[in-house]
Design a protein around this ligand. Sequence first.
Ligand code: KG4
Ligand code: ZN
Length: 333
Amino acid sequence: MILALETSCDDTCAAVITSDGAIRSNVISSQGVHDRYGGVVPEIASRHHLELIGDVVTDALTTAGATLGEVDLIAVTRGPGLVAALLVGLATAKALAASSEKPLAAVDHLHGHVAASFLAPDPFEPPFVSLLASGGHTLLAHVRDHGPGYELLGQTLDDAAGEAFDKGARLLGLGYPGGPALELLAQDGDPDAFEFPIAAKLKGLDFSFAGLKTALLYRIRDLGEAEAERLRADLAASYQRAIVEALAMRAERALEQTGVGRLALGGGVAANGPLRERMKRLGVTLDIPPARLCTDNAAMIASAARYVPVLPYPDYLELDVYATGEQPLVTAA
Ligand code: KG4
Ligand code: ZN
């Protein structure tokens, strides 16, 4: 059995899976304190992780019907993410492992998002193209094996897709995280009401979402407060459609370029209903993990831990975390 911890952002997570990828528990405690600031405050996230992690681990073990003694491997997210938040998970994992001289596996967060597809009951096997779209990253990778280390096909040149959702939501007066809130508002809107840019001129497989956010800002300004308020749902639906189309267009190009007829979605944005529906229309073999395995969770970290080198006690005690932008999982082709 593998016990994994994930604390890279604002969700305090612990999960237990078996070595064949069956999920025994997957506990996610969303802090829910960051919405008043309009985004995650690293120091506050870190302090909450510290308060929650003990109970979250206990909950994961209890739900799994397991004791710490029965766990064979402790896994933890090492990066990328918020350093102060990651440190809580890594220090806890080291303590749990070292107290009974168990081995430890350090996992890259993005490897975790890809590895959500490898979980039972229907593991999606490589090769496939992975579209990872979260709050911190948006990229396309060619997944030839279970990893870690994938060939980077394209990535965002500015904002991540989740960031575009969050910033758009903020402009529309919605709370954080913006993705789910914007999706809900868009349900009552017309996606054809407004035309927003999808960076169509950008060749290749890179993404750009900064222009989209600016376009929404100007559109709201041009409409005026009252009219923008009246057309809020239409604005949300059209804006969401632009993000979905931008993602679908590049995914389609990546599938053509690689000749791989298989696509997996991952990251928080993959929880988006219209994106999931749009991708189904690409006509390729598609894997979209359940929404709970797309947004940050520890089951995906446990899954990835099955494919990384295991460090015996006490080799991992010196291990450090890494921030966003350091130690990329994916390497250029
Ligand atoms: O993977 P994730 O949980 O955390 C990171 O590693 O960043 O992704 C969080 C991002 C946020 O930007 C959030 O707004 C977005 O995923 N998100 C969504 C939805 N659920 C979460 N975006 C669009 N639609 C959703 N349903
Ligand atoms: Zn994530």
